[in-house]
Design a protein around this ligand. Structure first.
Ligand SMILES: Cc1cc2nc3c(=O)[nH]c(=O)nc-3n(C[C@H](O)[C@H](O)[C@H](O)COP(=O)(O)O)c2cc1C
Ligand SMILES: Nc1ncnc2c1ncn2[C@@H]1O[C@H](COP(=O)(O)OP(=O)(O)O)[C@@H](O)[C@H]1O
Length: 271
């Protein structure tokens, strides 16, 4: 998978089949779009492209109060790679970028820079300034600029709509099995293992489950020959400091002293 930092750094992509969004969590609704994107790219003899934003739009637009994310950027990229995506463009989301209208954005970036073949969006997708570009106006723009538009129906699990918001609520309530069902894979956190077994450097914006002890399966992000694929561990999420969260100070991996992966980047997957 190729990752480009911004549109100005993209290389040539043949017949781009594109989708756009925050993709926080890369949940089952997202995955449906992604597998459709892959199938379309193969059928069109092109390549799949996910355009995602960093930082999360809500943090830039002043609606990020208390927002915690299901995935850090590296976690999101790993999940997109596992989904078989060919290219990801990480668009720096700034205030001035957010002021672009849907038409301007599509013309300048998707048509003139990428030369897109197809745009695939979910049933409720909005883009552009103040989210003015709804699926109806995207249809008009597809006609005007001559690309194909594919709209995906809503995905439900247990007869409930899958969304990043629903999954954030489940994780916040410690309902990690249900969260995993909506995500399509276990909820995970990443950090560096200290010799004392603490998980350090956890992204401050990462959503953590409530304080308590949890069974996890721990694995090295970059496995080395001879590594166990994963080892069972218990993670203790501590009460968060009241004002700011210092990276690494809010969770502790117990029962790992003597574990072989000190100083290594690890992922803990909640059971
Ligand atoms: C060019 C462009 C401009 C955007 N401008 C805005 C904006 O003004 N306000 C906004 O909320 N989202 C904006 N977005 C972000 C998307 O609409 C994004 O999908 C949305 O913020 C998702 O928000 P949610 O997670 O709160 O549903 C823009 C996206 C693009 C591509
Ligand atoms: N449950 C779902 N079913 C189908 N598509 C979905 C679902 N949830 C999100 N999507 C689509 O995934 C794409 C990326 O969504 P995103 O911008 O991350 O917002 P969301 O917070 O809704 O997941 C959008 O095209 C959106 O319509």
């Amino acid at each position: 998978m190729r990752v480009f930092n911004g549109f100005e750094h993209t290389a040539y992509i043949p017949r781009p089949v594109v989708t756009i969004g925050s993709y926080d969590g890369v949940h089952r609704g997202h995955r449906e779009i992604l597998s459709h994107l892959e199938a379309l790219a193969r059928a069109r003899k092109g390549e799949s492209v996910v355009v995602t934003f960093h930082p999360h739009p809500r943090l830039v637009l002043g609606r990020g109060e208390g927002l915690r994310l299901l995935t850090t950027l590296p976690e999101k990229l790993e999940l997109l790679e596992q989904a078989g995506i060919d290219n990801v463009i990480v668009a720096p989301f700034t205030e001035s970028f957010s002021r672009l209208g849907a038409e301007e954005f599509i013309r300048d970036y998707l048509v003139e820079t990428l030369h897109l073949d197809t745009l695939a969006v979910g049933y409720n997708h909005h883009l552009g300034h103040n989210q003015q570009g709804d699926p109806g106006s995207l249809e008009r723009l597809a006609h005007k600029f001559g690309f194909r538009l594919e709209k995906m129906p809503q995905q439900r699990v247990d007869d409930r709509k899958v969304s990043s918001t629903v999954i954030r609520e489940l994780v916040s309530a410690g309902r990690l099995e249900e969260a995993a069902r909506y995500l399509g894979s276990p909820y995970r956190i990443s950090g560096t293992l200290s010799p004392q077994g603490a998980l350090e450097g956890v992204e401050p914006l990462k959503l953590l489950p409530p304080p308590g002890e949890y069974q996890v399966s721990l694995r090295r992000v970059l496995p080395e020959p001879g590594d166990f694929a994963s080892i069972p561990a218990i993670i203790e999420i501590r009460e968060k400091p009241p004002v700011t969260i210092q990276p690494g100070q809010d969770c502790l991996c117990k029962a790992l002293s003597g574990a072989p992966w000190q100083h290594a980047e690890v992922r803990a997957e909640f059971q």
